[in-house]
Design a protein around this ligand. Structure first.
Ligand SMILES: CC(=O)N[C@H]1[C@@H](OP(=O)(O)OP(=O)(O)OC[C@H]2O[C@@H](n3ccc(=O)[nH]c3=O)[C@H](O)[C@@H]2O)O[C@H](CO)[C@@H](O)[C@@H]1O
Ligand SMILES: C=C(OP(=O)(O)O)C(=O)O
Length: 427
């Protein structure tokens, strides 16, 4: 298996392009199930998760055609076409690798009146139940049955009537599934306390382009008037705010300066605010952001929260940055119960971090030293790369399949900024 070898201590500088957002793409692709017409997505990142999702789509009889983008280009243009759905079952083997597969449940049910999807199960960052996804579909009139590890959802004859749900907890995935089910319902549905992450806005904008009628886009109260049919569309996936935030941390920890082309400052305002409180300068313009750090980092206290709060997907990367701040920082993780898997690995690199439940206390500045490390999830892996860039000596990061799920050509992008990083085959 491949590993990343990083020789730390290089100051990062230059420009790099920010890719299309994984978490937006993973909810835009299943929208192809909602129409007989072609759906073309531009700026799709080249990621293992996207490939996996496309494979799942072919299982349902969707044709997937990738337009002739050059291998050296970032992003891809892909057209999905589902004039006929040939299967309504998402089998375990395809779903287990990717939790986002559950996002086919809503649109498949809406289009076909039934859907059977393997339960995605837990993962390294916490339990991750799907009860709210199912509550939403039940509120719209579906009958749900759980058997042998599968969820089977069935709509009444004539389709889903639609209905209302007040989410007890803000859930990105459940809001997405609910939206994709409600757009083709017979009546009007209302969602209260819905997630309002930028990826949800991206989904609503695509659905609107396909002919859906959604009120309240960008707010936590959404009203969806079901329509009889949706048309195809061509749509550009939003920029990845988590990728941009991750590279901002990488630049800052090396005391560098870089332009992140395409980053959307509005979508990543909470990350920008966190970086500024650490003493990192951020300049925003319409086409991207510029990150500037002079080496002196300040400690701060951060708490993750649903949007517009600080994204949980940025917690690990900011923690790495704070190991180099001059003083004690406190990070609270409020979204997932087990998202500190990077802490022991950062400790092996010399970081002084103690955890108490969902709180981490980071004492800086640490003298980070290179080590052999591996992480059990995507953002934890990125936090180790960030620490490795600032560590003295060589860091080896293993289990790259986590990083390949969510960072398009990571080492190539870091090399553009002058990092000494290489992907090598294991011996
Ligand atoms: C592919 C994708 O977009 N993944 C993102 C999505 O994950 P995902 O959609 O899985 O995360 P949710 O927003 O649903 O999870 C938020 C919280 O709600 C809980 N919950 C969720 C669903 C449910 O049915 N019942 C329930 O209790 C979860 O355990 C968690 O504590 O949003 C997370 C929170 O911003 C991000 O970290 C993930 O990167
Ligand atoms: C947790 C993440 O993704 P997923 O929900 O796909 O596991 C993430 O992107 O950080």
């Amino acid at each position: 298996m491949d590993k990343l070898v990083i020789k730390g201590g290089k100051r990062l500088s230059g420009t790099l392009p920010i890719s299309g957002a994984k978490n937006a793409a993973l909810t835009l692709i299943p929208c192809a199930l909602l129409t007989e017409e072609p759906l073309t997505l531009r700026n799709l990142p080249r990621l293992a998760d996207i490939d996996g999702f496309q494979h799942l789509m072919t299982q349902f009889g969707v044709t997937v055609s990738i337009a002739g983008s050059r291998p050296e280009d970032y992003g891809r243009v892909v057209t999905y076409e589902a004039p006929r759905i040939t299967s309504t079952v998402a089998p375990y083997d395809l779903v287990r690798k990717m939790r986002a597969s559950i996002l086919v449940l809503g649109p498949m049910l809406a289009r076909m009146g039934e859907a059977t999807v393997s339960m995605p199960g837990g993962c390294a960052i916490g339990n991750r139940p799907i009860d709210l996804h199912l509550k939403a579909l039940e509120a719209f009139g579906a009958e749900i049955e759980l058997a042998r590890g599968y969820v089977k959802a069935v709509a009444p004859d004539g389709g889903l009537p639609g209905g209302d749900l007040d989410f007890p907890v803000v859930s990105v995935g459940a809001t997405e599934n609910a939206l994709m089910a409600a757009v083709l319902a017979n009546g009007t549905s209302r969602l209260f306390n819905a997630a309002r992450e930028p990826e949800i806005v991206d989904l609503c904008n695509l659905l609107a382009a396909m002919g859906a009628e959604i009120e309240g886009i960008g707010s936590s109260d959404l009203t969806i008037h079901g329509v009889k049919r949706l048309n195809g569309a061509t749509y550009k996936v939003m920029a990845d705010r988590i990728e941009a935030g991750s590279y901002a941390c990488a630049v800052a920890i090396t005391g560098g300066e870089a332009r992140l082309e395409g980053a959307n400052a509005h979508d990543m305002a909470s990350t920008i605010h966190a970086l500024q409180s650490i003493g990192v300068e951020i300049e925003e313009d319409k086409k991207g952001i510029t990150v500037r750090a002079n080496g002196a980092l300040k400690p701060t206290n951060l708490t993750t929260a649903p949007f517009p709060g600080l994204a949980t997907d940025m917690q690990a990367q900011l923690m790495s940055l704070l190991t180099k701040a001059d003083g004690t920082s406190v990070l609270k993780e409020t979204i997932f119960e087990n998202r500190f898997m990077h802490v022991p690995e950062l400790g092996r690199m010399g970081a002084d971090i103690a955890t108490e439940g969902r709180t981490a206390i980071v004492k800086g500045p640490a003298e980070l030293t290179g080590a052999e490390v591996m992480a059990t999830d995507l953002r934890a892996s990125m936090s180790l790369v960030i620490a490795g860039l600032a560590a003295e000596g060589e860091t080896t990061v293993r289990r790259l399949y986590h990083l390949d799920r969510g960072y398009e050509r990571l080492e190539e992008k870091l090399q553009m900024l002058g990092a000494d990083i290489e992907r090598v085959g294991d011996d």
